[in-house]
Design a protein around this ligand. Sequence first.
Ligand code: AMP
Ligand code: GLY
Length: 420
Amino acid sequence: MNILVLGGGGREHALAWAIAQNPKCDRLIVAPGNAGIAALAECVALDILDGAAVVEFCAAQSIDFVVIGPEAPLAAGVADALAAAGIPAFGPSAAAARLEASKTFTKEVCDACGAPTAAWARFTDAAAAEHYIRAQGAPIVVKADGLAAGKGVVVAMSVDEAVAAVREMFAGSLGAAGASVVIEEFMAGEEASFFILCDGTTVLPIGTAQDHKRVGDGDTGPNTGGMGAYSPAPVLTPAIQAQVIDEIVKPTVAEMARRGTPYRGVLYAGLMIENGRARLVEYNVRFGDPECQVLMMRLGAQALDLLLACAEGRLDQMQVLWADDHALTVVMAAKGYPGSYLKGSVIGGLDTLPEDSRHMVFHAGTAVKNGAVVATGGRVLNVTARGATLAEARDEAYRMVAGIDWPDGFCRRDIGWRAL
Ligand code: AMP
Ligand code: GLY
């Protein structure tokens, strides 16, 4: 098969790495890719938000299957354009991608199907929102309705902080994404992520993970896109996974089908677990980044078979073959991230590290310049290892980190602490 992966981050490097191991994969193209992906696939420049351009490229290159990595092309309808052209693709339609693109939509779906989540209200003007916040008290959570690149959520510990967040959003700080605001009950507990393939009817769990959103050790400092992850997440016990499937995932999938917008793709359920029960924090309509890196390391080549079966509506025939082990990834970021950071610093030592089914450095923001790998983004590398235990996976990953010579980069030193 000729396979096209859309995206160019650590998530897409991990997807490409797993797909390339499957004998069904004859030719692998990634758009736009990055320096790490270039070692195992052809990287091409293509406007991945332009459905017509993606379809044209697929026709010209005889692409048999497209895997859409990030949310932006999904929300832009690239999966719809591919479906209309008869090209098999992994990823939901734009209508189904509203589960990530609109907080209000997700809350309405949860209410319609009875999925447990935080109590909420939606506002389109600041005065009414402020009145509600003062009546509810703090802590309370303020969310811009639309996609805001991870900047749309303020967990406010005081009423003043919540009111300030609402005023900023209505003043246009997040553009159109903040024109409508959801205000939610604060949920206490431990967060974890659950990844479930859905083909419109059948749901197939493919793994659990825990992310580390704060930039600093001990979960301190500002939020980031994720500084590290591990899989499985022990907090998501088999009993809680069953509760999530029965009370949240299956009802959501049934509600989406009932609305005429069946969900096909990976459903990433962000969950809050307290007293042995999970409630939904949010859905994403794609794999998490860096959670995908640990999931792909554990799934390996079978990932392609699972994604294909998902796209073709055959999940009822599939089974996930689990290795009984653990994977952990440490994100290395450019100094200054998530604030401003320098681009172009040289990264050494990568060619001294092992690259096999238990060790991989997945690249995010990298490029090759004058023969050297240089950093081009905030999150730059995902140093990933497997082990029989989580502690072993962590030790292996940090051993690899020690072999990387990048004075302008940094990482958290405590990935995995909650589970260890
Ligand atoms: P979201 O973009 O909806 O995932 O929110 C980003 C982060 O904000 C989540 O991962 C949680 O850590 C936190 N958060 C969101 N909603 C709530 C809530 N209702 N209660 C507590 N924390 C929340
Ligand atoms: N790591 C969080 C996300 O992908 O949204």
